[in-house]
Design a protein around this ligand. Structure first.
Ligand SMILES: Nc1ncnc2c1ncn2[C@@H]1O[C@H](COP(=O)(O)OP(=O)(O)OP(=O)(O)O)[C@@H](O)[C@H]1O
Ligand SMILES: [Mg+2]
Length: 230
């Protein structure tokens, strides 16, 4: 489903050059659950952004479903992102002045769904994450765990086949963390592909595969990966 070939991403700040990510090749198959681990600044978010069509590499190619993402026009790339990819962030990125329902409606509206269906689908998604009784609450009127579940409902809105998550459990208490991780298990069972950045060894252990980054490069050992996040 995802393929990287000879990708590099370098940032230049004044005299300084930082190789944020570099890989000869990387494949992620359909339905795989992959954890990305590594120290702060090792390139995890950079990798996720490259995979999600949000950051063009300096060299190399990123394929999503056999299309070279950065050879598409911006309009086409935005469309692929909207149709196929769901993003989950550590800080949820909910719109503060919109209710839970309205936050979930946003991507449905952007996808051009008929107005009458938008509300129905948004309610069903919020019910699916156990928030059917909180649809009119704004983010500030929800607990942290509930906010992340609204964010998950929003992520699922367009039924994405690929979910890219950047420390999705980083701000959560143990019970909410478990709720989010079991939803991820369910997403994988539904045939979705997940790439999840995490500092949490227990979360990383639930994935099928662990990618360990160090100074922008993938390093081989799974054991190192588990020690790294511990
Ligand atoms: N916009 C930018 N301009 C300059 N350097 C950047 C930029 N974004 C990231 N970097 C650098 O690239 C490297 C990789 O950053 P990245 O955000 O991918 O790390 P990370 O592994 O996600 O870290 P963390 O665990 O702290 O989130 C870091 O050294 C960072 O300082
Ligand atoms: Mg990061």
């Amino acid at each position: 489903m995802l393929h990287l070939h000879q990708v590099t991403k370098t940032y230049r700040r004044r005299q300084h050059e930082v190789v944020a990510f570099k890989a000869e090749s990387l494949d992620i198959g359909l339905g795989e659950y992959v954890a990305v681990v590594g120290p702060s600044g090792s390139g995890k978010t950079t990798l996720l952004s490259l995979l999600g069509g949000m950051l063009s590499p300096d060299t190399g190619k990123v394929w999503l479903d056999n299309e070279s993402l950065y050879d598409l026009s911006i309009t086409e790339r935005t469309q692929r992102r909207r149709e196929r990819i769901g993003f989950v962030f550590q800080t949820f990125n909910l719109v503060p002045y919109l209710t839970a329902l309205e936050n979930v409606v946003v991507p449905l509206y952007l996808s051009g769904m008929a107005k009458s269906e938008q509300r129905e689908r948004a309610v069903a998604l919020l019910e699916q994450v156990g928030l059917g009784n909180r649809i009119d609450h704004k983010p500030s009127e929800l607990s942290t765990g509930q906010q992340q579940r609204v964010a998950l409902a929003r992520t699922l809105a367009n039924n994405p086949r690929l979910i890219l998550a950047d420390e999705p459990t980083g701000n959560l208490d143990p019970a909410s963390r478990e709720a989010v991780l079991s939803m991820f298990d369910q997403f994988v069972n539904e045939g979705r592909t997940i790439v999840m950045v995490t500092h949490d060894p227990a979360a990383a252990a639930r994935a099928d595969r662990r990618l360990c980054l160090r100074d922008g490069e993938l390093v081989a050992s799974e054991d190192t990966a588990l020690v790294e996040v511990a």
